[in-house]
Design a protein around this ligand. Structure first.
Ligand SMILES: C[S@@+](CC[C@H](N)C(=O)[O-])C[C@H]1O[C@@H](n2cnc3c(N)ncnc32)[C@H](O)[C@@H]1O
Length: 174
C-alpha cells in the first residue's frame, strides 16, 4: 500500500529531456487542443466541489492515486453525465490502484470498472466492481482477447505508457 502522492516531475533536467523526446506528440496535442472549447467560468477551472478532487483530497491512506490536480476538472466536465448509470469504464495504467477505487466512488455502484496494466501485481486490485487485465497496451493481440471478454465500453481513460506509439496502437482494437 502506498500513501497518496501527486505526480511531480523528477527534476528540471529530466523534465526537459522528456519534453524533448515527446516533442512530436506535444505539438500534435497542441494542434488538437485548439479545437477544444474553452472553459466557461473561473470556478470550473478549480471547483472545490468537484467529487473527484474531493475524493483525492480526502484520500490520505490506502492505495495511491497519481493524478495532476487539473485533471479533475477535465474528467468531471466530460464524465459527469455517466455517473450513477450502468457504465463500463476502462482505465489503462493502474499503478498503485487508488484511481480504480476513485472511479468506483465517482461512477457509483452500477458501474463496471476495468483496469489494464503491464504489472501483474495490479491484479490484486480486483473486487466485485473492478476487473484487472494484465497486458501491454501496445499489443493488439492483448486487446483482441480483452474485447472478447469486455464487449461493452463507454469510456477509456489512457493513463498508461504515455507515449505516442502505445496510445496510437491501442486506439484501433478498442
Ligand atoms: C501514471 S501510472 C498510472 C497511475 C494511475 N492511473 C493513477 O491515477 O493512480 C502508469 C501505469 O501505466 C503502466 N504502464 C506503463 N506502460 C504500459 C503499457 N505499455 N501497457 C500497460 N500499462 C502500462 C505502468 O505499469 C503504471 O502502472
Amino acid at each position: 500500500m502506498l500513501n497518496r502522492t501527486r505526480l511531480r516531475p523528477h527534476s528540471i533536467r529530466s523534465g526537459l529531456r522528456a519534453a524533448f523526446l515527446a516533442a512530436p506528440s506535444t505539438i500534435g496535442g497542441y494542434r488538437s487542443n485548439r479545437s477544444w472549447p474553452a472553459l466557461k467560468t473561473a470556478q470550473e477551472i478549480s471547483d472545490p466541489a468537484n467529487p473527484l478532487r474531493d475524493f483525492f483530497n480526502r484520500h490520505r491512506q490506502g492505495r495511491g492515486i497519481w493524478k495532476w490536480d487539473h485533471y479533475f476538472d477535465v474528467y468531471h466536465r466530460h464524465f459527469s453525465r455517466l455517473r450513477g448509470r450502468e457504465t463500463y469504464v476502462l482505465e489503462i495504467g493502474n499503478y498503485s490502484g487508488g484511481s480504480l477505487e476513485m472511479w468506483c466512488d465517482y461512477f457509483g455502484s452500477k458501474a463496471h470498472i476495468y483496469g489494464v496494466d503491464v504489472e501483474s501485481a495490479c491484479k490484486s486490485y480486483e473486487n466485485s466492481m473492478i476487473n484487472v487485465f494484465i497486458g501491454d497496451q501496445a499489443d493488439r493481440k492483448f486487446w483482441s482477447q480483452f474485447r472478447r471478454e469486455v464487449p461493452i465500453l463507454d469510456l477509456v481513460i489512457d493513463d498508461g505508457g504515455h507515449n505516442r506509439s502505445s496510445a496510437l496502437r491501442n486506439c484501433s482494437p478498442i
